[in-house]
Structures are given as C-alpha cells and as structure tokens.
Design a protein around this ligand. Structure first.
Ligand SMILES: [Zn+2]
Length: 293
C-alpha cells in the first residue's frame, strides 16, 4: 500500500507545481497550460500503472527466490547435461562478461541488486543462442549467443533483459499464478519429503514467461542500459539479427512471442522516451573477444 500512497503523494505534489508554474508564467496561453497538464497527467497515469504492477501479489519471499534459484543452479551445475566453461582456464572471457554484468548491476535501477547473488556462468555450447537468469540472480550465458551477436551493446541488452526477469521476480510471480496458493503454502510450510520443492524447481526449469513479463524485462533492459554509455536499445540488435538470419526459430527470448518487430520498435521508442544519451556499441572490443572464443 505504501507504493500506492507514494504515487498519490506524487500526484498531489505535481498538481501543486503545475498551479505554481501557471501563476508564474504570464506568457503561457490557456492552451499551453492545458497541453502541459494533459502531458503531466499522462506521465502520472504511466507512473501509477507501474506502481500497481509493482504491488502484484507474489506468494514467495525474497529468501524463496534465492533458495529456488540456488537449487536450480546446483541442478544445472551437477546434472552433467550442461557443459560449464571452466572459469580459471577462461579467466579473460569471464572477466569480459563479468565487466558487462557489473555495468548493468551498477545502473542504480535494480530493486534487488543487494539481495540477490548475481553469479555468472558460461555454458560451452555454440549451438544454443540463449541466456537466462534463474530467480535470485543466477545468470547463465551460452557461448552460442556470444558468437551470434556482433557487438557489446547487443549482448549487454540481452543480459540486462535476463537480469530484469530475476530482479522483477518474474519466476516466482508466475509460479504464484500457475501453482495456486495451496501448493505455495505446502512449499512455505515444508511438506516433509520435499516433493513440492522438487516439483517447483523442475517447474522453474521449464518456465515460459508471459508476454507481460517479457515486455517488462525489455523495459528493464532499456532502463538499466540507459544509465551506461551503451546504446540503451542494444537488445533490438539481437531481434534484428534473429529476423535476418534465423526467421522464427524458437528461443527463450522469443518463447512467449510478443512480435519481434514490435519488440524492436519498443526498445527504440523506450530509449527515446527515457532520453537515453549513450550510443556506444563497442563493436571492436566485442569482435576481439569473439576471436578468442
Ligand atoms: Zn525473457
């Protein structure tokens, strides 16, 4: 409720500042003032919708996100199904990708930067053009997506999208909707033999996010990169390349398919709406990294 209160408080402050502004500016016509009020009203409605989204019910706690993510992480690391790229033998590559991760984490726009783990693991699989982030901030990047992309801003955009899924707790929010409160209560209270916990972990492995969450993660990508010198619409380059080269190949980023063309447009318009000034793609140093992959 406090988030909603803040939004309403923001509304009152904004109304005050509008009337002050009107009194102090004699040259403005009534039409100008009216347009300005409409514009400010639109911004407030956007802000309010974000606040309402932010108080969407999540039956799990922050600690649950971390616990589930850790279980999933351990399952992936120990299953033998995933070939993890050795950290010490590939220290330079890990250092490069860690640097991109740190720029995103330090954007000042994450809600759970200090709550979650934000570990990075590279999977040695050139055939899989993918990346994902488990609840609690366990980031996985395939060598396939590193090789597929052309510059650092594109990759940073994709990573920021995945970080957005974890930071906005999409995994547990979606589980809250799909499992229902009974199963969540069994999980929270402990069901003795851990069967529910196992069921939830395997549910997370096969989770497909809703369109709403994909759109939200896309917005996060722009918001995070907007605070860096990257082109904040970097992730658009991923979809442009996918459309050019792969058609509609099924990928995590395309899984719940808001239309890729619509997503490209949204990345660019969001960048403009947020007045993001960074415009670097860092193509050269990305290509240099790829030569050692
Ligand atoms: Zn996604």
């Amino acid at each position: 409720m406090s988030a909603l209160f803040m939004a309403l408080a923001g509304f009152l402050l904004s109304c005050d500042s509008t009337s002050d502004h009107a009194q102090n500016s004699d040259e403005k016509t009534f039409g100008d003032q009216f347009d300005q009020a409409i514009e400010e009203g639109g911004k407030l409605i956007d802000e309010l919708s974000e606040q309402v989204d932010a108080i969407e019910i999540n039956g799990f706690t922050i600690a649950d996100d971390k616990k589930m993510g850790k279980e999933l992480y351990e399952k992936i690391m120990n299953s033998g199904e995933y070939k993890v790229l050795d950290r010490s033998a590939n220290a330079k590559l890990y250092g490069y990708v860690e640097g991109i991760k740190q720029r995103i984490l330090h954007s000042g726009k994450l809600k759970h930067k200090n709550d979650f783990e934000w570990t990075l693991t590279i999977i040695d699989d050139d055939e899989t053009i993918n990346a994902f982030c488990a609840p609690g901030g366990y980031i996985f990047v395939y060598t396939g997506i590193l090789k597929f992309l052309d510059n650092e801003a594109e990759f940073a955009g994709v990573m920021a999208h995945e970080i957005g899924h974890a930071d906005r707790r999409h995994g547990t929010r979606q589980l809250t909707k799909s499992l229902g409160i009974d199963l969540i209560l069994s999980f929270l209270l402990g069901d003795g033999n851990g069967q529910v916990a196992r069921q939830i972990t395997s549910g997370l492995l096969n989770l497909r996010y809703s369109r709403k969450y994909e759109r939200e993660a896309d917005k996060c990508s722009v918001k995070y990169l907007c605070q860096t010198d990257y082109n904040a619409a970097g992730a658009a380059g991923f979809f442009e390349k996918i459309l050019q080269t792969k058609g509609d190949q099924s990928l995590e980023l395309l899984s719940t398919h808001p239309d890729p063309k619509e997503r490209i447009r949204n990345f660019k318009s969001e960048k403009e709406a947020c007045n993001c000034s960074g415009n670097h793609s860092f193509g050269q140093r990305y290509q240099k990294m790829k030569m050692n992959l």
